[in-house]
Design a protein around this ligand. Structure first.
Ligand code: GLN
Length: 237
């Protein structure tokens, strides 16, 4: 891995990659390159060792079986823990979000998570499926969150994690809050993919990992149209 470039790792695309989560990697790489930031992307499969020196780690959603396998493998590997402790930024989606916590349920069994976010997940009575919208924690200075959710789990936050957003449509963690963040780790139930619908989150990750206060604006006409349409669709549900 070169040290001059921004290094982005997509964790276990062979296990966790539902609802277009791969788009998050493309969008981050595109938005970095458009600002003249050299970028290298890596897709690290579950049979490979996790690099510890990347700047941003992305982990997607998935079914219960692959989710449990991914958590076991990451715990055994230990590389992601080292990367986070060294200050890497993370975007974790749905199954990937749940497994960042202390524990989650998969196929009826309680599974150990990575313990990198102070959250734990159990199972809801119904599956949460559909449009998701929320007002993001004002401390992050971002416009409303939009996404598509499809999960059976419900997530409870401990004192060391703040909700990413307050739900205005959909379920998220529990019908009240959605996602969580702590330090440079962001977790969300938003698929869609999340960064296509929320480019401001991509830019936050880029600012965190480059140390830049501001990034040059990009032409987000199409992303804005998509956001507008999806935010309205969520209101109509
Ligand atoms: N298997 C998890 C759940 O149903 C996560 C689902 C997902 O990532 N879409 O809660």
């Amino acid at each position: 891995m070169s040290t001059e470039s921004l290094r982005i790792v997509w964790i276990y695309p062979d296990l966790l990659s539902t609802y277009g989560d791969r788009g998050n990697l493309s969008i981050l790489a595109h938005r970095a390159a458009a600002r003249g930031i050299p970028v290298e992307t890596y897709e690290v499969r579950s049979d490979q060792q996790m690099p510890t020196s990347a700047d941003i780690y992305l982990i997607g959603g998935g079914e219960d079986g692959p989710q449990a396998l991914a958590a076991q493998r990451l715990l055994t590997d230990g590389g992601l823990h080292r990367a986070v402790n060294q200050g890497a930024a993370v975007l974790a989606i749905c199954a990937g979000y749940q497994l960042f916590g202390h524990s989650f349920f998969a196929k009826g069994a309680k599974c150990a998570g990575l313990g990198l976010l102070d959250i734990s997940s159990d199972r809801g009575v119904t599956r949460a499926v559909g449009e998701l919208r929320g007002d993001i924690d004002p401390r992050l200075g971002l416009p409303p969150l939009t996404g598509f959710e499809n999960h059976g789990g419900r997530t409870h936050l401990g004192a060391q994690a703040a909700p990413l957003a307050r739900v205005t449509a959909g379920v998220g963690n529990d019908g009240q809050t959605e996602g969580a963040w702590a330090g440079k780790i962001l977790g969300t139930y938003s698929h869609g993919p999340a960064l296509a619908r929320n480019p401001a989150i991509a830019d936050l990750l880029l600012r965190w990992s480059t140390g830049a206060d501001r990034l040059a604006p990009l032409d987000d006409t199409w992303a804005d149209r998509l956001r507008q349409e999806r935010l309205e669709a969520a209101s109509a549900v």
